[in-house]
Design a protein around this ligand. Structure first.
Ligand code: ARG
Length: 471
């Protein structure tokens, strides 16, 4: 018998039953549903709507069901539509007709909104832990390779040297913001819809705040119509998830390049690589590629729920049932991606020597050389032009900027559009200084500002990360 069947005289169509059923998805809410029901029963008891022995029977039955769900022994009946109906039927079987009092002052509309908020709260707490683990993996790797230098790039072209640790810490910053977004979403999700009923508010004097407190909510929703139809908290979490996956995807992308032997900066461990069915030589970073690929599905989940909501009038509409598949998939994808990436990073091998060789290509200390001229009083634009011509000549001669002879430097200075620059032509100290400025370590050290790549700044950033991570 369908729990809502009283006013129906004809049998339902099997296609409708198949089409509307959600137990295959929302069974994941079972424990949250039972927790919510237990708090609701106690609330009904306090409001004088249930006798003490009824409260005890119902709570005992619901706790027993929770044990069955945890043990995986509760069988879901597809004919019972969703998790709420299944649990109410199972409760009836267990405690008898008193189960018919459970749904007093409650609708599946405020019930499912409550379940979803409870579920999301737990999911956010797990995700926060997974992000922290990922941050720890990045910080540990940075610390093991404090001297490693990357040829920092813009437009994928060699730009300026940066510490490898600095590069990794950039991702730690992104991940910290991801945590912040989750914490923010959690705060707004953490209010209780229970007592909102179907849409107008429960018809009984339930102390909503006491029920909310029992469930660990920070408060209660303020408007019953909003409470049953609001899924902002789903969107906010999905937005955080989409961005979090985009961050992981960018790192995954870099790892696919860095692990190509043409770069040779990193080697992904065997445990996080896969082979080819045809090419015996292959070692592919498939887990990183799949993190990049799966980010698409999480972005899609965000747009799916936004699209779901945009045309819905108040209050509850059955469309809202479709919020769960994208949410559940996005959360589990993000969680798994964080775990895989943390493992991949923790087992990554770094070739510091190869990185440093690559940093020697592309004249990436040219900006530091121009800065050295500026410190001698040459306007930056003039210095930029002079060093640009030195780069062109070094490229032609196939030498580095640190090997340019005085004669070439002096000639470039003599042809400059600035008096100070012209006066430096013929000065051996200037030549020496420019060649010294072309060395990688000097270039690194010169970026000595908050957030810069100078080793002292990176060490400070690492210390700050440790303080945040409590490690
Ligand atoms: N399975 C439904 C959902 O996930 C539960 C609420 C159904 N409410 C209703 N009045 N049909 O949204």
């Amino acid at each position: 018998m369908r729990l809502w069947g009283g006013r129906f005289s004809e049998d339902g169509d099997a296609r409708v039953a198949d089409f509307t059923r959600s137990i295959g998805i929302d069974a994941a809410l079972a424990l949250d549903d039972l927790r919510g029901s237990i708090a609701h029963v106690r609330g009904l008891g306090r409001a004088g709507l249930l006798m003490d022995d009824e409260v005890a029977a119902l709570v005992g039955g619901l706790e027993g069901l929770a044990g069955d769900v945890e043990a995986g022994t509760l069988a879901w009946d597809p004919d019972l539509e969703d998790v709420h109906m299944n649990l109410e039927a199972a409760l009836t079987e267990r405690v008898g007709p008193v189960a018919g009092k459970l749904h007093t002052g409650r609708s599946r509309n405020d019930q499912v909104a409550t379940d979803l908020r409870l579920w999301l709260r737990r999911a956010i707490d797990r995700l926060d832990g997974a992000i922290l683990e990922m941050e720890r993996a990045l910080v540990d790797l940075a610390e093991r390779h404090m001297d490693a230098v990357l040829p920092g790039a813009t437009h994928i072209q060699p730009a300026q040297p940066v510490l490898f640790a600095h590069h990794l810490l950039a991702y730690v910053e992104m991940l910290e913001r991801d945590r912040g977004r989750l914490a923010d979403a959690r705060r707004r999700a953490n209010v209780s819809p229970l007592g909102s009923g179907a849409l107008a508010g429960a018809g009984y004097p339930i102390d909503r705040e006491a029920v909310a407190e029992e469930l660990g909510f920070g408060g209660v929703t303020a408007n019953s119509l909003d409470a049953v139809s609001d899924r902002d908290f789903v969107v906010e979490t999905l937005a955080a998830a989409a961005l979090g996956m985009v961050h992981l995807s960018r790192l995954a992308e870099e790892i696919t390049w860095w692990s190509n032997p043409a770069f040779g900066f990193v080697r992904v461990s065997d445990a996080f690589s896969t082979g080819s069915s045809m090419m015996p030589n292959k070692r592919n970073p498939d887990p990183a590629e799949l993190v990049r690929g799966k980010s698409a599905g999480v972005i899609a989940a965000l747009t799916a729920v936004l699209g779901l909501l945009k045309g819905l009038p108040l209050a509850y509409q059955r469309d809202l049932q479709e919020d769960k598949p994208p949410l559940f998939v996005a959360v589990s994808t993000w969680e798994a991606s964080l775990e895989v990436m943390a493992g991949l990073i923790a087992t990554l091998t770094i070739d510091e020597q190869r990185m440093r060789e690559a940093a020697g290509e592309g004249f990436i200390t040219a900006t530091a050389v121009a800065d050295a001229l500026v410190r001698r009083g040459v306007p930056f634009r003039t210095a930029h032009h002079i060093v640009g011509s030195l780069v062109a000549q070094a490229e032609e001669a196939r030498i580095g900027l640190d090997a340019i002879p005085d004669s070439v430097i002096w000639q470039a200075l003599a042809g400059a559009d600035d008096d100070t620059a012209r006066k430096l032509a013929g000065d051996p100290a200037t030549g020496q200084e420019l060649r010294r400025a072309a060395a990688i370590d000097g270039a690194l050290a010169s970026c000595d500002v908050i957030g810069g790549t100078a080793p002292v700044r990176v060490a400070a950033a690492l210390a700050a990360a440790h303080a945040r991570l409590g490690s």
